[in-house]
Ligand binder design. Sequence first.
Ligand code: HEM
Length: 403
Amino acid sequence: MLSNKTIEIVKSTAPVLADRGKEITTHFYKSLFKDYPELLNIFNHANQKQGRQQAALANTVYAAATYIDQLEVLLPAVKQIAHKHRSLNVKKEHYPIVGEYLLKAIKEVLGDAASPDIIEAWGEAYQVIAQVFIDVEQEMYDQAKEEAWDEFKPFRVVNKVKESSLITSFYLEPVDGSKVPNFIPGQYVTVRLSIPGEKYLFNRQYSLSDAPGKNTFRISVKRERDHVKEDGMVSNYLHDFINVNDEIELTAPAGDFVLENQKNQTVHLISGGVGITPMMSMLNYLADSQSDREITFIHAAKNGEVHAFAEETQKSIQSLPNAKECIIYETPNELDLKNQNFIAEGYLNEELLNKLIDKNGAFYICGPVAFMKNVIEYLEDLGVKTENIHYEFFGPSVSLKDY
Ligand code: HEM
């Protein structure tokens, strides 16, 4: 239990930390990786380089400090991060190391302003915050161990299928011959790879893109053309070098962007580009279970050439009694214009959404940040309640406002 004095110090110094949060976390990661380079086998190097992880950590530390006397308010956010930690195999032994380097960074950045009282109060507060994460994560590890496995496990690629000019699917089977475990549509797995010539392992999360209950997992990966080297590194390596019979390592499914069972609500699955992957899992699950819910599947892509799963989506939609599909192409190509396989040209906008949605329904959104930000704004303008809007962010879940 923290003393009133500690709580008071932490709360009153939290704004200072917020102001200089990114500086502190940047400093923190630099010295952490200098002394513990092996942690680079866990962290995403591209997120580090672009400051995304620093911002995510700084925001969370600030929020935790602000709510230090009522941490239960943060539980939904903690759970989301804990899913990510569990899927990356972050362990309770890592927490004291992170705590030590975080305190050191606070001391170094704030200098004389960080009195011994302040440092002591933050040290105590960190332990309380860390314990919340450790407890939530322990439960997740126990559950994963019971239902699937709790660390990394080798999988063999048994099929590799091109879904569009940019997206390719990998069908994966456990090497040890065990069954593929159940998961909730919308969840992701972490893929761990060793890339020749690179010193550290690479971890990336990919949504499972097919319904549960199959003999294999399916992930569907977009080739990145224009990104800085490390951002597309794993995806492009999978495209270029991972083939049938190759092995990659996976952690058990994780994540809380999942299809909920609000039976009487229309379900809207709204995606842009490769954001279609968790939507395929949700749609195919609804199709496999012959759901009689109203379902609206909205997908925005540049054109038919990069539009993945077009046939598969149609098949699932047609097999459902109350489902419709709405495809929007930014710049349809000649073939699209000939086939008229889309309902609108340009971007998904508020006027269009107004025509397509049931405002009392549930909304699942996944796609590029700008796409999600716009769609969420339009839905809120149209009167959709925030609690009915669910979205998945690919990358550290920094607040959408930070973009
Ligand atoms: C991701 C906070 C401890 C390793 C994250 C994210 C946040 C966060 C906000 C982004 C979540 C997302 O992507 O959705 C915290 C807090 C901690 C803590 C507040 C302490 C109380 C740790 C520890 C480790 C760790 C002890 C292990 C050494 C990671 C990794 C990621 C991550 C590897 C994924 C992002 C990346 O690879 O760039 N954490 N974390 N974290 N955390 Fe933590």
